[in-house]
Write a protein that binds this ligand. Structure first.
Ligand code: ACO
Length: 444
């Protein structure tokens, strides 16, 4: 059976043979190179057929070996390693190495990597002054995006993206400085003095310290530090979503990685991408008590509202990240104190998973269903939720960016369009324009 597709153009009766490409899993990676459709023409001056796929819902923009998702089976793997194993056995910095370098580090490599990241956490004093310029009530995500872009001006050598030593140094800097900038953005919004990084702490412990340290002594609670580490692992990468696509698309014109990460973070900022966990929290607060769960479910089934934190474009099974976070939520609340919203969440999930409406539509809790509860219990304000997403996702963006740069198939991203506007228009001087509309169009 040949790995090809036979296409007959009924306009001309001509037949074309298009090759079929495969990835690791034929069921998930079979594709056709749509540029081959350009040969399908009705005449010599015809441009050739394009693929039409707004939002890339059925178009592979790259070949990638970073993350594998099988939404039907509820599988998420980074570089082949199941997310469940990494969440239990690994650490955020080790996973960051795995995602960026494609393999688990040796002990010596992990020590060097951790050292490099730790020692790049401090930011230039002018960055502090730059951040001081934001209004007291500036959204921390706006501060983060702008400040990451501003880092570009501090490291002009970063433009040399083909120099591997320089590229790697920027990767260290970005992974290291993102938590510092995130914590400074929060402190600025609270009017608190900035807390400098503490090289004696781990990645997440240091972030918690920069967020919350007020006195000389601050030791992050080990359970909360571990919980944040796991949440960060679960958010490192999720293949070609809106922000990863922004990273690759902007990066394809070959600017330095700071402005590309700023663009990716801007993609994450929108409520359809990085903001859903905030909506879950609003919903749980609105329900308020488990006694009101049935009436809420009724409204969802009537189609009046959606159950936030349920359903996923890709996962048509339990989101594997949600399962890990559910367990983690109980552990975190064991330290921070009971939260009635958890009872509401558990009851919502219990009823939904037994209900035909949700079962038939394959609606299961997604990663956002529990992450908001964890963040709230740890004292993060709602505005920080997308920022908390951006910190670990920076690792994924950088891996996607580096993979794009090293892929010989990639060029500057430049989609095509199907033009639907007017044909040639004759310019009419303003004094002669008697009415609006297309009266001056010369139809071709
Ligand atoms: N609550 C109730 N019904 C739902 C929900 C939900 N959360 N999600 C989907 N449905 C229903 C739809 O009404 C539709 O029913 P119908 O066939 O009777 O019309 C059916 O399930 C399919 O829905 P679609 O919108 O086609 O599913 P899609 O895959 O496009 O949507 C999405 C995925 C956007 C995530 C959706 O499930 C949703 O809105 N969920 C709530 C918001 C949310 O939690 N977003 C976070 C996603 S995870 C992330 O981004 C990190």
């Amino acid at each position: 059976m040949p790995d090809t597709l036979t296409v007959i153009d009924n306009r001309t009766g001509k037949e074309y043979e298009i090759p079929i490409m495969y990835g690791t899993y034929p069921r998930y990676g079979a594709a056709i190179p749509t540029t081959d459709f350009r040969q399908i023409k009705v005449s010599e001056d015809d441009f050739g057929l394009l693929g039409y796929d707004p939002a890339f819902t059925n178009t592979a923009s790259c070949r990638s070996s970073i993350t594998h998702i099988d939404g039907e089976k509820g599988i998420l793997r980074y570089r082949g390693y199941p997310i469940e194993d990494l969440a239990v056995k690994s650490s955020f910095l080790e996973v960051a190495f795995l995602i960026v370098h494609g393999m688990l580090p040796t002990r010596a490599e992990l020590e060097e990597w951790s050292h490099d990241i730790t020692h790049h956490a401090i930011v230039h004093e002018n960055i502090k002054k730059f951040m001081d310029g934001f209004r007291y009530d500036a959204h921390p995500m706006g501060i983060l995006i702008s400040t990451v872009a501003a880092l570009s001006t501090f490291y002009p050598e970063a433009k040399q993206i083909r120099d591997m030593a320089i590229r790697n140094e920027q990767i260290h800097r970005l992974i290291a400085k993102i938590p510092t900038i995130a914590a400074f953005a929060y402190r600025h919004s609270q009017g608190f003095p900035y807390t400098y990084p503490d090289n004696g702490l781990g990645y997440c412990g240091n972030f918690l310290s920069m967020m919350y340290k007020m006195t000389e002594q601050y030791s992050p609670d080990p359970v909360l530090e571990k919980a944040l580490d796991v949440v960060f692992i679960l958010h490192v990468d999720h293949e070609q979503n809106c922000s990863a696509n922004a990273m690759r698309s902007v990066g394809s014109s070959l600017p330095d990685p700071y402005v590309s990460v700023a663009a990716a973070a801007a993609g994450l900022y929108g409520p359809l991408h990085g903001g859903a966990n905030e909506q879950v929290l609003h919903m749980l607060q609105e329900i308020g008590h488990i006694s009101r769960v049935p009436s809420h479910i009724k409204k969802v089934k009537q189609g009046d509202i959606r159950l936030m934190g349920f359903g996923h474009r890709v996962y048509k099974n339990y989101d594997p990240r949600a399962r890990i976070l559910k367990e983690m939520t109980h552990r975190v609340l064991g330290v921070t104190g009971k939260n009635t919203l958890l009872d509401v969440a558990v009851e919502l999930e219990r009823i939904a998973l037994e209900d035909d409406y949700f079962v038939n539509r394959k609606l299961y809790p997604n990663v956002d269903f529990y992450s908001g509860l964890i963040y709230q219990a740890m004292g993060f304000p709602l505005e920080m939720f997308p920022v908390l997403f951006a910190i670990p996702r920076t690792v994924g963006w950088l891996a996607q960016w580096a993979e794009m740069l090293d892929d010989p198939d990639q060029k500057i991203a430049r989609p095509r369009q199907i033009y639907t506007g007017d044909d040639v228009c004759e310019y009419v001087p303003i004094e002669d324009r008697l009415q609006a509309g297309g009266t001056n169009v010369i139809r071709g």
